[in-house]
Design a protein around this ligand. Sequence first.
Ligand code: TZP
Ligand code: MG
Length: 207
Amino acid sequence: MTKFDRTILNKYFIMGSQNCKRNPADILLEAIEGGISSFQFREKGKGSLSGEDKVNLGKQLRRICKKHQISFIINDDIELAEVLDVDGIHVGQDDLPIEEVRRRFPDKFIGLSISNQQELENSSIALVDYVGAGPIFSTKTKKNAKEAVGIKWIQSIREQYPLLPIVGIGGIDQVNAKFVREAGADGVAVISAITEAANIHEAVKAL
Ligand code: TZP
Ligand code: MG
């Protein structure tokens, strides 16, 4: 495993075209100018692109991140991880097992979603570089999201794994982000707090 810089979790922006009411490349650029620390391409759910369209958007967003030295993480898509030469891969509990992802990508960083104690106990935490904990608050963005677990879930992971990089996700905005950090998270992962903002620069700064 390569050395993982946990500061990239500070302001972790996630999106796909289905989250954007205007050009995703423009939204990503504005978010980078505003000060995000990493980007996850998550082309998924109602209205998302597939096939060649997904690959082309991925290439475009990948180029933007490379140019501005922002870490580019792909959600789930192992094939696209290779095509886009991503920095990292984020997987959920229902995706490829973490052992398999680590075997295929020994040098990329790997994130895993963890929503409860059972998932934490059943996962090879030693093989991942960070965990995404949530949904912390209720979210309208992910249709099949599990029930909100609250900041106590971050406190609990932090107590069990004092050194593990943790990013909170789900319903996080400019008002509640500080509670997520105070609970022990290294940062906040957001979709709508940035994609829905009237002023993206200000929205990122305020996170
Ligand atoms: N995983 C858990 S909640 C969520 C994902 C992808 C959606 C987060 O979106 P928002 O708009 O920041 O609540
Ligand atoms: Mg997934």
